[in-house]
Ligand binder design. Sequence first.
Ligand code: HBI
Ligand code: FE
Length: 293
Amino acid sequence: MSADGFSGGPPPGVRPDWTIDQGWDSYSQAEHDVWITLYERQAKVLQNRACDEFLRGLDALDLHRTGIPDFNRINDELQRLTGWSVVAVPGLVPDDVFFDHLANRRFPAGQFIRKPNELDYLQEPDVFHDVFGHVPMLTDPVFADYMQAYGKGGQRALGLGRLANLARLYWYTVEFGLMATPAGLRIYGAGIVSSRTESIFALEDPSPNRIGFDLERVMRTPYRIDDFQQVYFVIPSIQTLQEVTLRDFSALYERLAGAGDIGIAEIVSADQVLTRGTQAYANAGGRLASAAG
Ligand code: HBI
Ligand code: FE
């Protein structure tokens, strides 16, 4: 069993690179209706909350309101814009497979969609999290370069045993990243834009810390997958992500080997603090406690 919990090859009916046919014709109207409900909700809540690059991507790909997009259709436009394409997978795939797809400008998207009774949270990334959350940003050339560089970096990190550090970079940028703009803080992370509650929480709730992005700091900061974030990292522009990829990661990994983690709700002296969270949330251990509190 490898570190990511996968052992052996793909399940029956899944290709060696873990892709499957999307089978767009096989989606039921009920499944399209789930997409429409989620799309309508998010399109409303993301006005003045998502960054311009995301909103432009949503329009460019016309992730249309009439249901789950056909990957073949959005790939025509996506490939023209940045050379990326979306490939269908049954769910989470092994890390090495995931990185190989990203390194070749293929974004693996869950083929299934969540059930009507799990609109607000689900364990595995489904087609709404992946295609609505991640794909619009791939229409931005600079972000598209970053994602490919991330895939190549992931392949190297696997070889160096530094995947945990690199996964934090993905988590605090691609999944839960915020951006400072002249109009104020905006969201670009897929985990936030695909969640109605977190789209509001990430920008407006006083409880989490919001700290200026620093590569080494992010790589020393663990994260939780089952609750709102207790810290968000803020980039000044998408170009910052591109500069990250030009860093010498081996020297960085050396330093990280000797440096310990930084507590998820901690603030350290070197931090560029944009908003200091109310510790009530952090100490209480998350949303459920604070909701009860
Ligand atoms: N597989 N389909 C899929 N989607 C992901 O986001 C994903 C994955 N496998 C591994 C993975 N993410 C993470 O472990 C890496 O980001 C480190
Ligand atoms: Fe994701």
